[in-house]
Design a protein around this ligand. Structure first.
Ligand code: CA
Length: 239
């Protein structure tokens, strides 16, 4: 990270609100990246590290609900949902999806900044003992560093392969359906994409040197999906 400014991803399709909120947050010393639709939000989130997300609920391309779910599959980053006045149920949905807080439009920028500060403070406290590295002996997954090592050698994975591997390896033994993996890895749920999970798994196995007929880590659950299993339990390493 270039500076120690907290990084915020702002997702809002109404340009007037987006620009105003961005300007206000920047004046408060935050580093802000803003996008106007849900798909771009997921893409930005995959490419960069953020300390907090401000997420509008009603968005073009991919709803705030879907974006929230996609982010929550891999991250505990604080999320503040923005909802229009009267969207009471949407607000509840937002919190059920794992948003940490919500603001009803119209809101004052000062109120938003107060919520941002409070959430960042809370996140810092909760983040203290965080597992950043999943160590399975021969296979080490450095989640924060976005690195995977097999027998001490770094393996070059694509963003999707990395996400697929970390999704499975975070919960060894848990079976994921292809559909779940599509949602978690690709962030959307078109049925046609289930097969792409198979090809990601195939590539991942080739890169890790994991033989599907005699797997060390990635197991096919026939007719269902995949699960991760390792002889070694993840060590609670914090780098
Ligand atoms: Ca909107």
């Amino acid at each position: 990270m270039a500076s120690d400014a907290k990084r915020i991803l702002l997702v809002e399709d109404e340009k007037v609100i987006r620009d105003a909120v961005q300007a206000y947050l920047e004046r408060e010393g935050y580093w802000v990246r803003s996008v106007g639709d849900g798909q771009s939000a997921v893409e930005e989130f995959e490419k960069h590290t953020f300390d907090l997300i401000i997420l509008d609920l009603m968005l073009p391309k991919l709803s705030g609900e879907r974006v929230c779910r996609a982010i929550r599959d891999t991250s505990d980053v604080p999320i503040i949902m923005l909802t229009a006045k009267g969207e009471v149920e949407d607000r509840i949905i937002g919190l059920e999806l794992g948003a940490d807080d919500y603001l009803i439009k119209p809101f004052s920028p000062r109120e938003l900044v107060a919520r941002v500060r409070a959430l960042l403070r809370r996140a810092r406290v909760e983040a203290e003992p965080q597992i950043e590295v999943l160590d399975f002996g021969d296979l080490v997954i450095d989640i924060s560093g976005h690195k995977v090592m097999v027998e001490g050698k770094e393996v070059d994975l694509t963003a999707s392969e990395f996400k697929l591997l970390t999704t499975l390896a975070r919960y060894p033994g848990r079976v994921y359906t292809r559909m779940e993996l599509v949602e978690k890895v690709l962030g959307y749920d078109f049925e046609g994409y289930e097969r792409t999970i198979d090809s990601h798994v195939k590539n991942l196995r080739a890169k890790l040197g994991d033989d599907p007929r005699n797997p060390k880590w990635l197991y096919t659950v026939h007719g269902v999906g995949y699960r991760f299993e390792a002889s070694e339990k993840p060590a609670d390493a914090d780098k």
